[in-house]
Design a protein around this ligand. Structure first.
Ligand code: XBP
Ligand code: MG
Length: 248
């Protein structure tokens, strides 16, 4: 029986990656690195979950034999860049540049009224979740969620299932009683590996990804009702699990 929704954050709760991209480029300019990611490059880099991991991946690609910069270690530089980036992203979100995607708030309210519990499973930083949901839901946003898994609690990032395994454990539910909401192939792979069925709402950054293992792919949750989700979830339990590469 459907007992919990587990939401991804970036791209799913809100279309945030353009704001993340601007924050990364701000950090690169602040530190005088001479890097600038455009949308095409960032779309490629989004295959790497986690901002720190993404920056290190880029650095290793543009400078394969990276040495320690001026005595401060590579990881120290990445950490400093990420602090600047996160502060810039937080202030952008606090200024209201990002809104929740259609249907998200309504489905959260309908779920809670129906006794379906909510959790979050993301690879982003806790600061980013708080900034987004404090602005979108209000100061009491944390009370809406039974559990939150993020970069601070699940260091092994998607497509690894760690964060989803943590959330089903925190909810004390079998994965079959949960429904995941994601926007990317990495997120779908993580949720699927943890045994969850997944509803996909892609963004322009992820529209081209392989979502064949998804329970459903919809443009957004605007037209989706709780009754739709219950019916899809039940139908999914009755049909054999698809794996990536099989048509949905
Ligand atoms: C998407 C990510 C994050 C964000 C950037 O997270 O992979 O890395 O792109 O945020 P989600 P950080 O799992 O919510 O889709 O810089 O804090 O990592
Ligand atoms: Mg996402």
């Amino acid at each position: 029986m459907l007992q919990a929704f587990i939401f991804d954050v970036d791209g799913t709760l809100a279309d945030t990656e353009q704001a993340h991209l601007a924050a990364f480029n701000h950090a690169f300019a602040e530190e005088g690195l001479g890097w600038h990611w455009d949308t095409v490059r960032y779309t490629e880099l989004l295959n790497i979950s986690g901002g720190k991991e993404r920056m290190l991946h880029h650095w290793q690609q543009v400078n394969p034999g990276i040495q320690d910069l001026g005595g401060s270690g590579v990881q120290d530089t990445i950490n400093r860049l990420h602090e600047i980036k996160t502060a810039a992203y937080e202030s952008a979100v606090n200024s209201g540049v990002v809104t929740l995607r259609p249907g998200v708030l309504r489905l959260m309210d309908e779920a809670r009224t129906a006794g379906i519990r909510l959790a979050i499973a993301t690879t982003t930083s806790p600061v980013n979740i708080a900034a987004l949901l404090r602005t979108a839901i209000g100061i009491d946003w944390r009370e809406h969620f039974v559990a939150i898994g993020d970069a601070s609690t699940a260091p092994i990032k998607k497509p690894h299932p760690q964060v989803y395994l943590q959330m089903t454990e925190a909810l004390n539910l079998p994965p079959a009683d949960c429904l995941a909401f994601e926007d990317s192939a990495n997120g779908l792979a993580a949720a699927t590996a943890a045994g969850l069925q997944t509803v996909i709402t892609p963004t322009d950054f992820t529209r081209h990804h392989d979502f064949s293992a998804a329970l459903r792919r919809v443009h957004d949750l605007g037209p989706v009702s709780l009754a739709h989700l219950r019916a899809w979830h039940d139908e999914g339990l009755r049909t054999p699990r698809r794996t990536a590469g099989q048509r949905a």
